[in-house]
Design a protein around this ligand. Structure first.
Ligand code: UTP
Length: 227
C-alpha cells in the first residue's frame, strides 16, 4: 500500500466557519481513503496558534518559546481530528517520527502536530514523508495552489499548475523569519521534499472533492511540485 502524508492547515481545520461539519466530513473522507493508502496526517495551528503567539510576543516571550506555544496548539487541533476519526486513528498526536511509525503498525491513520521550534508543520510533514517513505505529500491549505505572489495582496498574482522543487524553494525563501509565518510552504519543508524528491501537491483543503483527488494522485485543481 502506498503511503501519503497529508498536511492539514489549522487555517482550514478550525477557522471558526462550520468547523464541526467540515471536520466530520474530512474524517469520513480520510477513513474511506485509508482503505486505499496508508495515511499520516499532520495538523497545523491556524488562527488559534497565531492568537497565542501574538499575545505571548506582546508579553515579552522569545521566539522559540512562542514556537513551543504554536506546537501545543497544533496538537490540540490534531486532537479534534483524532476524535472525529474514531477507532481507525492512533488516539493521541504522535510527538516524534518514531512514535508515528510505531503507531502506524497498529492504526490505519496516525496524526501529528508540530515537533520542534524553528519550523512549521509543513517541515514536519516533509520529514515524516521521508521517514515513512511517502510517495506524495498533500498540503491542504487555505489557498488553491502556489501563486507567483500573494493573491490576497497582489491582483497580478498568477496560479502555477506545475512547478519544480527549486522554484518552490525560491518562492518560500521570500518569507520573513519568526514564529507564526503565513506562507504557502515552509522553506525547510521545501528543501526536504526537494532532497527526497517527494511529489508535493498544494490544494484548497476545504474543497473535499479536490482534496480526495490530490491524495489519490489523480488530476486536481491546485499545484503539483516535482522534479
Ligand atoms: P503551523 O504549522 O500551523 O504554521 O504552526 P503556520 O504556517 O503558521 O500556519 P498554517 O500552516 O496556516 O496553519 C504554527 C506555529 O507553531 C510553531 C511555529 O511558530 C508555527 O508558526 N511550530 C509548529 C513549531 O515551532 N514547530 C513545529 O514543528 C510546528
Amino acid at each position: 500500500m502506498d503511503t501519503v502524508v497529508v498536511s492539514i492547515g489549522g487555517s482550514i481545520l478550525v477557522p471558526d466557519e462550520d468547523d464541526k461539519d467540515y471536520i466530520v466530513k474530512l474524517a469520513e473522507l480520510l477513513n474511506g481513503i485509508s482503505e486505499k493508502v496508508r495515511l499520516f496526517i499532520v495538523v497545523g495551528g491556524g488562527r488559534i496558534a497565531r492568537y497565542y503567539i501574538r499575545l505571548g510576543r506582546s508579553l515579552g516571550a522569545d521566539e522559540s518559546y512562542l514556537d513551543d506555544i504554536g506546537i501545543e496548539v497544533t496538537r490540540l487541533n490534531a486532537r479534534m481530528l483524532i476524535i472525529a476519526l474514531g477507532d481507525s486513528a492512533y488516539h493521541v498526536p504522535a510527538e516524534t517520527f518514531d512514535e508515528a511509525l510505531s503507531a502506524a503498525k497498529n492504526h490505519k491513520i496516525v496524526i501529528m502536530g508540530g515537533t520542534h521550534p524553528g519550523h512549521t508543520t509543513d517541515a514536519v510533514s516533509a520529514m515524516l514523508g521521508e521517514r515513512a517513505g511517502a510517495i506524495r505529500l498533500v498540503n491542504a491549505t487555505s489557498v488553491d495552489g502556489v501563486y507567483t505572489a500573494d493573491p490576497k495582496k497582489d491582483p497580478d498574482a498568477r496560479k502555477l499548475d506545475k512547478i519544480t522543487f527549486n522554484e518552490l524553494i525560491e518562492i518560500c525563501m521570500k518569507v520573513p523569519p519568526g514564529a507564526g509565518p503565513n506562507v504557502v510552504f515552509d522553506p525547510l519543508g521545501a528543501k526536504i521534499v526537494a532532497r527526497s524528491g517527494i511529489e508535493t501537491s498544494v490544494v484548497q483543503g476545504r474543497d473535499l472533492v479536490e482534496l480526495e483527488k490530490a491524495i489519490l494522485g489523480k488530476e486536481f485543481l491546485g499545484t503539483v511540485i516535482s522534479g
